[in-house]
Ligand binder design. Structure first.
Ligand SMILES: Nc1ncnc2c1ncn2[C@@H]1O[C@H](COP(=O)(O)OP(=O)(O)OP(=O)(O)O)[C@@H](O)[C@H]1O
Ligand SMILES: [Mg+2]
Length: 246
């Protein structure tokens, strides 16, 4: 199956028939207001931006409209332990292509524990590798799902997958994402990881107080703050940890 040349998920925009309070959460978030300006990449679209800029809010709403549970998983799988869903999903309509994917999954490192319990219960033909997901570490089980559950020709949403993964495993995840892209998959990934963001068949959408903007990899904060810190960490630490003389 070749790489997708056109996205399946093309765009998300606000419905005309749903009343929206632009002064209230989540519509008051600048990036949410501009959601219609995001043109999804056929392969990978990254969401980046400061904590609180709205990445998870948008990702969860997209997941809900696509039929995934808010805490993650596949379609038809409802794992919801807390009521965290914003009203955004009710206000959205999605533009989708005709090349409908046959697989899908929403992976959140944050609530992966609950999803792992469910996946262990229903089982997987061929299993998860060596052991139940709960007998593996957070990162191992997360990667086991990536490796064994995602079949390709899929729409995959991920919220901070790096939270479960060591740098070495982030490289492994990058390789797996690439394998799934080659198998005709489309990804939307919210991340702070300078490793994951380096993936070339992708576009990076930055969420900030002005709304949403496409940025180059080397212009992301994740890239330049990490690079600057690693290149100059003795000096940067001195500056950061200096006694305030005022
Ligand atoms: N139920 C709620 N009511 C009001 N505001 C909320 C609610 N849930 C989240 N927010 C606010 O919405 C904003 C966006 O949150 P969101 O979780 O989408 O950010 P994020 O970009 O994913 O951040 P992070 O990088 O920390 O994961 C935050 O300022 C948050 O405090
Ligand atoms: Mg988030």
């Amino acid at each position: 199956m070749p790489k997708r040349k056109a996205p399946w998920l093309i765009r998300a925009d606000f419905r005309d028939d749903v009343p929206i309070d632009w002064d209230a959460y989540p519509f008051s978030i600048p990036a949410v207001r501009e959601i219609g300006r995001i043109a999804f990449h056929p392969n990978v679209t990254f969401f980046v931006g400061e904590n609180g800029s709205g990445k998870s809010t948008v990702l969860e709403a997209l997941a809900e409209v696509l039929g995934f549970g808010p805490e993650g998983g596949s379609k038809n799988m409802r794992v919801q332990t807390v009521d965290t869903l914003s009203p955004l999903h009710d206000a959205l309509r999605l533009a989708r292509g005709s090349n409908r994917p046959t697989d899908g999954f929403f992976l959140r490192a944050e609530s992966f524990h609950n999803v792992a319990s469910y996946l262990d219960q229903i089982g997987l033909p061929g299993g998860w590798g060596d052991a139940s997901l709960h007998a593996q570490s957070h990162g191992e089980s997360f990667l086991a799902v990536l490796l064994n559950r995602l079949r390709g020709d899929g729409i995959y949403l991920m919220d901070e997958p790096e939270a479960a993964l060591s740098p070495q495993r982030q490289l492994a995840a990058l390789r797996m994402i690439h394998g799934l892209v080659e198998e005709s998959s489309q990804f939307i990934i919210a991340t702070h990881s300078p490793i994951l963001l380096s993936y070339p068949n992708a576009k990076i959408i930055q969420f900030d107080s002005t709304g949403v903007n496409e940025v180059a990899y080397e212009d992301t904060e994740a890239f330049h703050i990490t690079r600057d810190f690693l290149n100059h960490y003795p000096r940067r630490l001195e500056q950061l940890l200096a006694d305030d003389e005022s």
